[in-house]
Design a protein around this ligand. Structure first.
Ligand SMILES: [Zn+2]
Length: 319
């Protein structure tokens, strides 16, 4: 773990944090005037790896973890519903250290300037959650509403998976052999692969505690570890398509399993005390720019096979 400290005075800016995967959609606003949740989990931080569209090296964390900072109202940019701008200072010396984003359509977050902070070792990282714990985690609200609408992070993560699925199709149609996954991804996939030709590639859900279907899939939607970025291996002969475990486990088990005990962790024993509303199906709002940008970074998409699959994209109006 690290504590992020002021590079000028050494003052502690955060509580001890564990570095995790950078969410590739951190710079992508959602909707227009849409209230947004906190992006990062408490106790974690990520480092922005890419200069595009933002500067590299900035440190991203949950606002509640920036315990040693103060908001400087004079430097805040007043936006329609909140504030942005270089509005955070070290609480000890008052030098600028970064920004607190609290504005509609932007993820609730603190961004610390790599030129103004330094990471100080603060003991070993907490061990990352194991797959069994992740797959059986029943804490927190459901990621999908009774109307089939997913929360913002799940939607962006699913858009990333859709991009990987389009690339893995390699110009072929794709048939998703899992009902919930087909419901969520099928319409968008068909739209983006509508001129695909040749035999359909078969795609299944594959991962921990999910019984094998007996099919020999070409593509496998496998869980992506939210903190380490690790991807569960695909079955032999199949290509892995990573899908954030929060979405994956809901599709795989539909959150209707009986509670199970994992070790001595209380969180895995939690059972919801009210019955789940009946599912009314799933639908996916995709961030067109995130989808385009993700596809552009995938080598397979730049090959000739993909040029046969035009992306007739238009911005969806989900918000
Ligand atoms: Zn300072």
């Amino acid at each position: 773990m690290e504590i992020l400290a002021c590079a000028h005075c050494g003052g502690t800016l955060t509580r001890p944090l564990t570095r995790v995967r950078f969410p590739p959609y951190a710079h992508y606003p959602v909707g227009n005037g849409h209230p947004m949740p906190v992006l990062m989990d408490a106790g974690t931080y990520a480092v922005d790896p890419a200069p595009d569209p933002g500067p590299a090296g900035w440190l991203l964390l949950a606002p509640g973890d920036a315990t040693g900072t103060v908001l400087v109202r004079e430097r805040a940019v007043i936006a329609c519903c909140g504030i942005t701008g270089d509005n955070l200072s070290c609480a000890a010396c008052l030098r600028p250290v970064g920004s607190r984003d609290d504005e509609c359509s932007f993820w609730q977050a603190v961004w610390l300037d790599p030129g103004a902070v330094r990471a100080v070792p603060a003991g070993p990282d907490r061990p990352p959650a194991g797959w069994a714990e992740l797959v059986h985690d029943r804490s927190g609200p459901l990621p999908v509403s009774e109307w089939g609408r997913w929360d913002e992070r799940c939607e962006q993560e699913t858009t990333l998976a859709l991009a990987h699925l389009i690339a893995a199709a390699d110009g072929h149609p794709v048939r998703i052999e899992h009902g919930h996954a087909a419901e969520l991804l099928g319409p968008q996939l068909a739209r983006h692969l509508r001129t695909a030709t040749g035999p359909a590639k078969r795609c299944t859900l594959h991962g921990p505690d999910l019984p094998p279907t007996g099919l020999r899939p070409d593509l496998a939607l496998v869980p992506l570890h939210p903190h380490t970025g690790e991807v569960w291996p695909a079955p032999p002969g199949a290509r892995a398509v990573p899908l954030h475990v929060e979405v994956w486990r809901h599709l795989a088990f539909h959150d209707d399993r009986p509670a199970v005990r994992i070790g001595h962790r209380l969180r895995a024993e939690l059972a919801r005390d009210d019955p789940q509303p009946p599912s009314r199906g799933y639908w996916l709002w995709t961030d067109t720019r995130l989808l385009h940008d993700t596809l552009a970074r995938l080598p397979a998409v730049r090959g000739p096979a993909f040029r046969a699959t035009p992306d007739a994209l238009s911005r969806d109006s989900g918000y």
